[in-house]
Design a protein around this ligand. Structure first.
Ligand SMILES: C[S@@+](CC[C@H](N)C(=O)[O-])C[C@H]1O[C@@H](n2cnc3c(N)ncnc32)[C@H](O)[C@@H]1O
Length: 241
């Protein structure tokens, strides 16, 4: 008998508790210089720094804390309580707050927008592991959160990049990917074409470019740069009649 399907919340909480209990390295746990700082030149020209920054799916907050140096108010939210407990413990910052929140919970996102007003939103490595039918239900509330003035910046694994991972797992160089796969999380990658299909015509993609998700420290002659796409989205200004 096959295992009953588990929700994203169960898969991610199971992943975070397993790696936390066993002390396993988190696959995407890199220093900010090898992570979000590489993406910052893609983000900065498109965001209003006077608005809050919400990192949706912030994990244990290693990349979120970086935004504390660039925005007055930063909120890191994640579906996993264990990830949020780690973020509070391991990556505190005076301007950063962490909370448990499911980005696909439309009511919770509406309440967050009531609280913060329009916000910038950063999504990093979340969309690409959602089943295609779940990508729009994830994106819609996110666009509600940016409102008229915010910008959504997305950094996602490039489609096909996941194929590079599997030989590295076989070579024993990426053993820390195992708990991701064992907990039913599938790195699928995303294409800019697919992303554009998800964006409603009330919004526009203001930036789309190939970039690097992170530099992974592996025992290889050259640093392993994980290929990604950066995309930024804003609401279109209403046309004057
Ligand atoms: C690949 S990790 C990336 C973490 C972080 N963005 C980073 O780059 O370090 C994806 C994160 O998204 C979270 N996540 C997945 N689905 C979510 C949802 N619906 N709402 C909030 N967080 C979610 C997971 O718990 C996990 O921490």
């Amino acid at each position: 008998m096959s295992e009953p399907p588990r929700s994203y919340a169960q898969r991610w909480e199971s992943y975070w508790s397993e790696v936390t209990k066993k002390g396993t390295r988190v696959m995407w746990d890199v220093a900010k210089e090898d992570g979000v700082a590489l993406d910052w030149p893609n983000i900065q020209p498109f965001v209003d720094p006077s608005l809050p920054m919400v990192h949706l799916g912030c994990g244990h907050g290693r990349q979120t804390a970086f935004f504390g140096d660039h925005f007055e108010r930063v909120l890191g939210v994640d579906i996993s309580p264990t990830a949020i407990a780690r973020a509070e413990r391991e990556n505190p910052h005076e301007r950063v707050e962490y909370r448990v929140l499911d980005a696909m919970d439309h009511e919770a996102i509406a309440a967050l927008h009531d609280e913060l007003g329009d916000a910038n939103v950063y999504v990093r490595g979340v969309l690409h592991q959602l089943a295609p039918d779940d990508q729009l239900p994830f994106l819609e509330p996110t666009l509600q959160l940016i409102g008229d003035r915010g910008t959504l910046c997305v950094l996602e694994l490039r489609r096909g990049a996941e194929q590079i991972f599997f030989p590295l797992v076989k070579m024993g160089l990426l053993s820390f990917l195992r708990p991701v796969l064992d907990n039913g999380i599938k790195p699928l990658g995303i294409t800019p074409k697919r992303f554009r299909e998800l964006v409603p015509d009330t919004h526009e993609v203001v930036s789309s470019r190939p970039t690097v998700l992170m530099r992974l420290p592996l025992p290889l002659p050259l640093p392993f740069k994980v290929p990604a796409w950066h995309m930024a989205v804003r609401k279109l200004a209403p046309t004057v009649q």
